[in-house]
Design a protein around this ligand. Structure first.
Ligand code: FAD
Length: 803
């Protein structure tokens, strides 16, 4: 074993070898993989090897496509067969709602270039004769599903990496990791030590334990998973290999295995494996079968696929594999640990392993993953994702693997976990809550406790009229919204302005003023959007997206502030309330002796002031696009502030509103938001944020690329559309058609209650940006006429927020 290398990859499962291969491909040859047993001896060896392209996150779906297309390449380089069987796949719908979901999946696949097809039950039965037609209403066909041989794939990656210069060492366990002052690592093993510039944790079933070596508690948990193999089925003899099949209602997947079938299930009563600590002596091992547990799924399966029930069971496999709380991988560098990377929590290694390796290798070699991988960035989880939280969410996710997630559906596990001081007060007002980073926040308010429940649906729900009333209150009088779920940073120090001016694209505002700003990476792409509020010469209060707090902290570490500047995340120390609507000024004015007239406190002002007895930071800004104020207080004051506003608000017909109404109103104003309109695949000019990029500044991160985009105009444009939808709104990821061709995709959608129109924001190539007609947006399989709007549909001049 070499004792000094550029990278040590810990773990020789399908993910570790993919990272190793991609590092050599990206030009880093001095790389070493350390595996405690044989390659594949963790969860990889007993996998069913299934691969598919569909994923709820289109960017992850793209990486899945990449993975499947990679197998030929590694076979060619290594000479090792991956045992590919590209049979095609069929997804069966047993209900209308599921068929709607499949139509949505097909529509999303369109702009990813997938050739998915909705087919009738008769057609499905023709190409997959094992099914009993009675139980189904339709199906989706995907020509590039199939399965691979886990051993073959893993060895093909490893061999290809070795040909590229990598070393693979087996039967060697990493027992500890010690950082050096220069950011490099001493990797301690039971066969001697290695010094490495970088370490990658691809420890799979043991990734948690490897994380603990460096003080990291990764939010992953292994679940037991069972599949069975039937005896040979006479009807398959002499036939073409059967398609892969997913039966959503049965929560079953099947594929052919030699002369019989493989049938697996994600049962509702899933069982975690080794919830606290993974045993090190679990090598190339399986778990005892528990057919009882999966009996309900098997019963349905044998009814839906009678030939499987008639065949005997040849073998049952029960093996563990790991999941993150949302079921997507955890990839990327770890904040606070230099040169330490993770590639773990990969629950579909044969669909995702290649994409994970590609993204991580680019990140390590070029400093950027090269694709939008927000959906699998390890930074999406903060400290709140504890061991027990992870346990609850992973079990929920596992049991829901084949269930529909409706666009308005809120999941219930691990709740309530984080609440703000006014939680009970909002509950008493019949708030229906959503979960955001483990934090409860009000989505909408029902008229009574009995009605505080939302029907989950693809169509307009029972919340529709109540959300409409909340929007009306904001647009006609005044509404009160809790805004604690925004991210916040307190940046202090004499050089705070200088540092912010370097990391943000806009100019830091003067004292007492607010400026909106994109944050760009070196490629000039959007990696954040902030409001910067200048409290004093040496203090700037940043407001941003809370879910991205760790993502931003990692970036701020990379572009570290100079000595004397402190960047303190303070999302939960400063909780907030916002009042918005034409009467919001009068309401707030009745509670403070500061002059709130537009002359004294114009739009985008920010000031420390007392509201009643409460010391607060107040900004004149509102994401509703109306006259409005954001009031930030330390948490011990929030209840008093709430009572004060509610009490004084009675005179102005104050009404509580929630996140749903806020979303509707920001769409009416064409305001984008992080992870939807603003993502690292878009430039600021493409996303309509160009006016917040100050190219007059000599230097800031991403300036050269932003200048280039400014001159060339970039490739895309974010547009606003009104949509002739019937009773289902666009909600994101729907294809945008023009003259019969898919040319773009929706990033957000919803119903604009003030304008009484369905609305969508989405990106199209810039050549289409000036056209008004010819657009359609596909909602649940139906192409609905869409009309481009030249400006926001509500108050396009912005006169209300400036009033
Ligand atoms: C029953 C079953 C069916 C499945 N079916 C499918 C399927 O159809 N399709 C699909 O895509 N996925 C499937 N999976 C999931 C798939 O197996 C995983 O996604 C994949 O194996 C994850 O690979 P990995 O490399 O992350 O982890 P692992 O395979 O667990 O690899 C981690 C490796 O790291 C090594 N290691 C850990 N710590 C150390 C250390 N300290 N020192 C040295 N070495 C260390 C381990 O020995 C291990 O070999 C299935 C899993 C199971 C259990």
């Amino acid at each position: 074993m070499k004792n000094d290398v550029r990278v040590v990859v810990i773990g020789g499962g399908v993910v570790g070898v993919s990272v190793l291969y991609h590092l050599t491909k990206a030009g880093w040859k001095d790389v070493l993989l350390i595996e405690r047993g044989e390659l594949t001896c963790g969860s990889t060896w007993h996998a069913a090897g299934g691969m598919h392209t569909i994923n709820g996150d289109p960017n992850v779906a793209k990486l899945q496509q990449y993975t499947i297309n990679l197998y030929k390449e590694i076979e060619q380089i290594s000479g090792q067969s991956c045992g590919m069987h590209v049979t095609g796949g069929i997804m069966l719908a047993g209900t209308r709602a599921r068929l709607d979901w499949l139509k949505m999946a097909k529509a999303r696949g369109r702009y990813l270039g997938m050739e998915l097809e909705i087919i009738s039950v008769d057609e499905a039965a023709r190409i997959f004769p094992l099914m009993n037609k009675e139980h189904f209403v339709g199906a989706l066909y995907d020509p590039i599903e199939g399965h691979v041989d886990p051993y073959g794939v893993t060895h093909a990656y490893a061999r290809a990496a070795q040909i590229g210069g990598a070393q693979v060492v087996r039967h060697t366990r990493v027992t500890d990791l010690k950082p050096r002052a220069d950011g490099s690592w001493d990797v301690i093993t039971d066969h001697g030590n290695v010094h490495a510039e970088h370490v990658v944790n691809a420890g799979g079933l043991w990734a948690r334990e490897v994380g603990r070596m460096v003080g990291l508690e990764l939010p992953i948990l292994a679940m037991e998973h069972q599949y069975l193999l039937t005896e040979d089925i006479p009807a398959l003899k002499g036939q073409k290999e059967q398609l892969h099949c997913i039966d959503f209602e049965g929560e079953i997947y099947t594929r052919q295995e030699r002369g019989g079938m493989l049938l697996g299930t994600y049962e509702r009563a899933g069982v975690p494996w080794s919830p606290r600590e993974t045993p090190w002596d679990f090598t190339q091992s399986l778990l005892p079968n528990d057919l009882e547990r999966i009996a309900p799924s098997l019963e349905v399966g044998f009814e839906h696929f009678p030939a499987l029930g008639e065949a005997g069971i040849r073998k049952v496999v029960n093996g563990p594999f790991t999941f993150a709380p949302d079921g997507n991988p955890l990839v990327g560098p770890i904040r606070g640990l230099r040169n330490f990377w993770v590639a773990c929590g990969v629950m579909a290694g044969f669909s995702q392993g290649g994409g994970v390796g590609l993204a991580l290798s680019h990140w390590m070699v070029d400093g950027d993953p090269g694709a939008d991988i927000w959906g699998m960035d390890v930074a999406r989880y903060g400290d709140w994702a504890t061991l027990a939280y992870t346990n609850a969410k992973v079990r929920e996710n596992y049991s829901r693997r084949f269930r529909i997630r409706f666009p308005n559906e809120e999941l219930t596990a691990a709740r309530p976990l984080r609440t703000t001081p006014i939680y009970e007060r909002l509950q008493a007002q019949h708030a229906v809550f959503g979960d955001y980073c483990g934090l409860e926040h009000a989505l909408w308010f029902a008229p009574s406790a009995a009605e505080a429940n939302e029907t989950i649906t693809f169509h307009r729900s029972n919340a529709h009229s109540h959300v409409a009333a909340e929007c009306r209150a904001v647009r006609e009088s005044v509404g009160l919204l809790e805004i604690s779920n925004y991210g916040k940073f307190d940046v202090t120090g004499a050089a705070a302005e200088e540092w912010l001016s370097h990391v943000m694209a806009n100019r830091v505002p003067k004292v007492g003023r607010i400026a909106l700003t994109p944050m760009l990476n070196e490629r000039g792409k959007l990696i954040g959007d902030f409001t910067m509020a200048r409290v004093s010469p040496d203090r700037v209060f940043l407001v941003c997206t809370y879910a991205a707090e760790d993502y931003y902290r990692r970036w701020f570490e990379r572009h570290a502030p100079p000595p004397g500047v402190s960047v303190r995340p303070c999302a939960m120390q400063y909780v907030g309330l916002s009042v918005a609507g034409p009467h919001s000024r009068a309401l707030l004015q009745s509670l403070t002796r500061e002059d709130l007239s537009t002359a004294a406190f114009p739009f985008l002002s920010f000031r420390r002031m007392d509201v009643g007895m409460i010391p607060a930071l107040v900004g004149r800004i509102s994401f509703t696009g109306d006259l409005g104020y954001e009031i930030w207080v330390t948490s011990e004051y929030q209840r008093a502030l709430y009572e004060l506003l509610i009490g004084a608000g009675a005179e102005y017909d104050l009404k509580l509103f929630g996140g749903r109404a806020l979303n509707a109103m920001r769409l009416e104003k064409s305001f984008g938001t992080w992870a939807r309109e603003y993502r690292p695949i878009y430039g600021p000019y493409e996303a309509g944020l160009g006016r917040f990029v100050d190219l007059r500044k000599d230097s800031f991160v991403g300036r050269a690329a932003a200048l280039e985009e400014h001159e060339s105009g970039g490739k895309l444009r974010l547009l606003t559309f009104t949509v002739d939808a019937r009773d289902a709104e666009p909600c994101g990821d729907e294809p945008i058609w023009h003259d019969g061709r898919v040319i773009g995709w929706v990033t957000s959608g919803g119903y604009g209650h003030s304008v009484q129109r369905s609305l969508a924001l989405g990106f199209v190539p810039k050549e289409y940006a000036e056209l008004t007609s010819g657009f359609e947006i596909e909602i649940l399989g139906e192409r609905c006429k869409a009309t481009r709007q030249a400006a926001a549909v509500f108050d396009p001049e912005g006169s209300r927020m400036r009033a």
